[in-house]
Design a protein around this ligand. Structure first.
Ligand code: NAI
Length: 336
């Protein structure tokens, strides 16, 4: 029986090692660190399955050269780097990885909350200078505080569960309430206004779209409970930048933990950071431009909430499952 040939693009040595263990002798595997695009499409002229990451450009030129291609399993949630319509016209099916890191992003959310609530970032810098004094480092307990979760979907629900472990009260704003969850997880749905007024910590976990664009803005920022912490691991456009700066400047926000921030266009898709090929200079330039960095009660992280060993392994595992399910005629994470 002929072997199924699979070509992985944009792979690291670690990913190659991990993936090789997942396939038996019926597969012929090819690993390329580079991206797949029109200039090197010859590499896949005899390949049955291609697995790219998001920097590959699988357009009609590539697809027309891939005469034996049957399946594309992108190792990402986004699939705008693939001409899906053309792929389907050519009889090529496409799969992606829609979920992989709900708990991962929730854990990073708490990394930011705890860093701010206990001044870990300030203590770290201070002790590097061999200064072990306590002045200005006093934190506050999470126990008994109110966490306001905006968007209780996959990630938001994990955040609520962790908050309950800390003994926090949780209020949630979500236009699509779930009727079982509040009793199960012990939280209350409230309006956005009530959430802003009552939460000691506000954390965003809704998608960014036309409805959530500037959900928090100059018109409602004054409602925020004075000194509340603001955490954003979702998307920067959900809060109007002017309102964010205003709230920090005027002590409306007592602190902010931002994994996503204005000007991070380079890194605006969570998967992109996996390749680590965004130049440090570029990232630093972006960050330098950001006035928020000068604030000692603001912590920025470079859109890394998704990036844990386990989440990346889940991406690879789901990709392998997609490939095997396709070959076995079973259900996979199909892109339509
Ligand atoms: P999800 O789709 O499971 O949940 C989103 C929730 O937001 C849903 O319950 C929905 O009803 C709610 N929602 C929609 N509109 C809303 C509104 N106007 N106000 C309040 N809630 C609203 O999405 P999931 O998987 O929990 O992800 C949430 C977001 O997290 C993603 O859209 C993405 O932007 C971000 N994300 C960030 C990552 C990072 O590395 N920083 C990694 C993965 C996701």
């Amino acid at each position: 029986m002929p072997k199924t040939s699979v070509a992985f693009f944009e792979t690291t040595a670690k990913e190659k090692k991990y993936l090789k263990k997942k396939f038996d002798k019926n597969f012929e595997l090819f690993f390329f660190p580079e991206q797949l695009n029109a200039s090197n499409a010859g590499l896949i002229s005899n390949v049955n399955i291609v697995s790219p990451f998001i920097y590959s450009a699988i357009d009609s030129t590539v697809l027309n050269k891939a005469k034996k291609l049957k399946f594309i399993a992108t190792r990402s949630t986004g699939f705008n780097h693939i001409d899906v319509k053309k792929a389907h016209e050519n009889g090529v099916s496409v799969a992606n990885v829609p979920y992989y890191g709900e708990n991962t992003v929730a854990e990073h959310t708490f990394a930011l909350i705890l860093a701010l609530s206990r001044n870990i970032h300030k203590a770290y810098v201070r002790t590097l200078r061999n200064d072990f004094t306590l002045t200005g480092l006093q934190g506050f307990d999470l126990k008994g505080k109110t966490l306001g979760v905006i968007g209780a979907g996959s990630i938001g629900v994990h955040v609520i569960k962790i908050a309950k472990g800390f003994g926090m009260k949780v209020i949630v704003h979500d236009p699509r309430p779930n009727h079982i969850l509040p009793e199960l997880l012990d939280f209350q749905y409230v309006s956005l206004e009530e959430l802003l007024k009552n939460a000691d910590i506000i954390t965003l976990h809704c998608p960014y779209n036309t409805h959530t664009h500037h959900l928090i803005n100059m018109d409602n920022i004054e409602l925020v409970k004075k000194g509340a912490l603001f955490i954003n691991t979702a998307r920067s456009g959900i809060i109007e930048s002017r309102a964010l700066y205003y709230a920090i400047e005027n002590d409306i926000f007592g602190g902010a933990g931002l994994d996503v921030f204005e000007g991070e266009e380079l890194v605006n898709e969570e998967n992109q950071m996996l390749t680590k090929n965004v130049s440090v200079e570029h990232l630093e330039a972006l960050l330098r431009k950001n006035l928020l960095l000068r604030k000692e009660n603001v912590i920025l992280t470079p859109h890394m909430a998704f990036d844990s060993v386990e989440a990346v392994e889940r991406i690879l595992d789901i990709t392998v499952e997609n490939i095997k399910a396709f070959l076995d005629g079973k259900n996979y994470q199909k892109v339509i």
